[in-house]
Design a protein. Structure first.
Length: 401
């Protein structure tokens, strides 16, 4: 038996509010009254217009029933509210009472009465204290550089005071800083009154350095120097910075108070890079503190240490033949120095030959040759170290016959 063939009616336009997107994302605007595929019924809300209408009507009925239930509940609540409002209007409103405490000597009164008292009290405060904007402006009236200004009660800036508020933002912060500044000022005035004669100018430093070539030590002697007892006596409070003519430097730290007391500071420069044959420029820097009064004093004092010592070496002279003389010496200075050995005639007035050596570091041996047999000669050494020159005594010798 063959299946009946359904021929759908012509497609119908889907109403605007019933249009939908199918599974391919296309907007459906037309549907047959009853859905079918190849003449076989396949009706659903997405294939047939009648089924689509029925499904939406069913949904509307469900929503209607839900809305009806909500409205019924609201009706009950509105009726109750209306009854409550009518009862309040009939009976009148009674505000709760609370204690006014300091506003009315702890008497209990209605809220509106207490509120009126609060408003009056606040206005009275504004009259005495100023408006909130005026109070805020007073916080900013603190001196702009007060944080970094020196304190008087201790050796620090104001922001170093315990409890100091660097950036005050409340009246409490401002009053806190005012009291700290006032107490610091009183401490400073008290110190000034009790020891007004003690200042940095009361520190007197005089010194002179003396160079010892043999030990490569500079002894710095302090004369006519004094430091008030108020100033710190512990730790390294000063230093010597020593510089040679080549720019090499060496720094030696020491306690200034101890140096002034003992009168001398010995500075060993043997292991330094300083040349041993130049004068030295010296800067003595110091920094000392006092707590009573609160002072911090520092300074730099220059000086020159002269080095006029150039040591002549021991020269050994030996005629090695009738026409030659050998000489040797061990240098006494090995940096920034030159040695010139001259061969002179018997009178020591005429230079016949010269040999030069720059910065020798070990025993130096050389020979003058081409001499005349059985003749007297002088061997003379000249040492040049920086700006210092020493002409050493000459040695007389004679070539064999």
């Amino acid at each position: 038996m063959s299946q009946p063939t359904y021929t759908p009616y012509f497609p119908l336009q889907v109403a605007k509010n019933l249009r939908f997107l199918n599974q391919n994302g296309d907007l459906v605007t037309q549907l047959y009254p009853v859905g079918s595929v190849n003449g076989v019924p396949n009706d659903s809300p997405t294939t047939g217009y009648i089924s689509l209408i029925g499904a939406n009507v069913s949904t509307l009925i469900d929503e209607y029933n839900q809305t009806t239930a909500i409205l019924n509940a609201y009706n009950v609540r509105i009726t109750t509210l209306e009854a409550d409002v009518a009862a309040l209007q009939l009976s009148g409103i009674t505000l709760p009472s609370i204690s006014g405490q300091c506003l009315n000597s702890n008497i209990s009164a209605p809220l509106d009465t207490i509120t009126a008292l609060l408003v009056t009290n606040s206005c009275n405060y504004n009259t005495v204290l100023g408006t909130p904007s005026a109070l805020a402006a007073s916080i900013l009236a603190e001196c702009s550089a007060l944080n970094t200004s020196p304190a008087y009660s201790q050796n620090s800036v104001m922001s170093g005071l315990t409890g100091w508020v660097t950036t005050p933002s409340t009246i409490a912060n401002a009053v806190n800083n005012i009291w700290l500044a006032y107490c610091d000022m009183r401490a400073g005035v008290t110190q000034a009154l009790s020891q007004s004669n003690v200042t940095c100018a009361d520190i007197h430093i005089n010194y002179q350095g003396v160079y010892d070539m043999a030990t490569r030590t500079i002894n710095f002697y302090f004369y006519g120097s004094s430091i008030p007892a108020n100033f710190s006596t512990s730790g390294t409070t000063a230093s010597f910075t020593i510089k040679d003519t080549a720019g090499n430097t060496y720094t030696h730290g020491f306690n200034l108070n101890t140096a002034v007391t003992t009168g001398v500071v010995s500075c060993d420069i043997s292991a330094s890079a300083l040349y041993q044959n130049t004068s030295y420029s010296v800067i003595m820097s110091y920094s000392v503190t006092s707590t009573t009064p609160a002072l911090g004093c520092s300074g730099s004092i220059p000086s020159i240490v002269l080095n006029n010592t150039v040591t002549c070496p021991n020269v050994t002279v030996t005629p090695t033949s009738s026409t030659s003389i050998q000489f040797s010496f061990t240098p006494t200075i090995i940096t920034n120095v030159s040695y010139v050995v001259d061969l002179l005639d018997a009178s020591g007035s005429t230079v016949l030959a010269t040999k030069s050596y720059v910065n020798p570091i070990v025993l130096t041996t050389d020979v003058f040759t081409g001499l005349t047999p059985n003749t007297y000669y002088n061997i003379r050494t000249t040492v040049s170290a920086g700006e210092n020159v020493s002409i050493c005594p000459s040695t007389l010798t004679k070539t064999p016959a």
